[in-house]
Design a protein around this ligand. Structure first.
Ligand SMILES: C[S@@+](CC[C@H](N)C(=O)[O-])C[C@H]1O[C@@H](n2cnc3c(N)ncnc32)[C@H](O)[C@@H]1O
Length: 229
């Protein structure tokens, strides 16, 4: 079992302000908060699927010794996944990773466009107790959000939960991509519209929490916790 992971700076996928506060530390705080919100007590017996995983949570789990049943990370960034496969998956059986080469206007411009029918990077027979996406829906068009939510529904165990963050803005008419010259740098959703996408993908919203106001910069945007419908 690995006890330390060092990530090269160019593979850290977080906002510089967050990195300054310590990616490992904020990752630990977020995992603890997600665990509390999901009401699961500990992740020691949970199979976690992290979409848009980057390197932060892997590093926190290893370096802060956070108990976890298993952790599966998926990302569109091949360099990140190659690093994690070589350094982590190969040395610690709790972890596995998959590269999903789909298009994202901010993170993977050359990937293939995807929809709910697209082949996903994970074996379709696998099921997970907790699926999470932190700062991922913040960078998706509505069609992509809808497709992701539908694809992930298939991977939830019968009592499985999905927790994700998004920017919810009452002043938005359905959806806005905030910066014209930086596609998907900041995608914001109207609450009712996001709830429609969640509902039509087969999830029930169990809890919703506002963005973090205790930390600067905030630890997370608005949070939705969903169960299988
Ligand atoms: C802002 S970073 C957040 C990383 C990590 N979730 C965290 O909170 O530390 C967004 C991540 O999502 C990944 N990503 C974007 N669209 C994706 C998609 N459709 N599927 C999987 N990963 C995606 C990016 O490559 C990037 O690593």
């Amino acid at each position: 079992m690995l006890t330390e992971l060092k990530v090269p700076t160019h593979l850290a996928r977080n906002h510089p302000a967050l990195r300054k506060r310590g990616a490992v530390r904020t990752g630990k705080l977020l995992i603890e908060k997600a665990t509390r919100i999901a009401g699961v007590g500990t992740l020691a017996d949970k199979r976690v699927l992290d979409i848009g995983c980057g390197t932060r949570f892997t590093t926190s789990i290893i370096n802060k010794n956070i108990p976890i049943g298993s952790y599966t990370g998926v990302d569109v960034n091949k360099s990140v996944i190659d690093f994690l496969k070589n350094q982590v998956e190969a040395n610690d059986e709790r972890f596995d990773y998959a590269h999903w080469d789909v298009e994202n206007a901010l993170y993977n411009k050359t990937g293939k466009p995807f929809n709910e029918q697209s082949e996903f990077a994970i074996d379709p027979s696998r099921r997970f107790d907790l699926i999470w996406m932190f700062s991922v829906i913040t960078h998706q068009y509505p069609e992509e959000t809808s497709a992701l939510l539908k694809i992930l529904r298939h991977y939830a165990a019968p009592e499985g939960l999905l927790l994700f963050t998004a920017i919810i803005d009452a002043g938005v008419d359905k959806f806005i991509d905030a910066f014209e010259d930086q596609p998907l740098m900041m995608a914001a959703y109207q609450n009712e519209y996001l709830l429609e996408l969640v509902d039509s993908a087969g999830w029930t919203v169990e809890k919703s929490l506002p963005r973090d106001t205790e930390n600067h910069p905030p630890l997370h945007q608005d949070v939705l916790l969903c169960s299988v419908k």
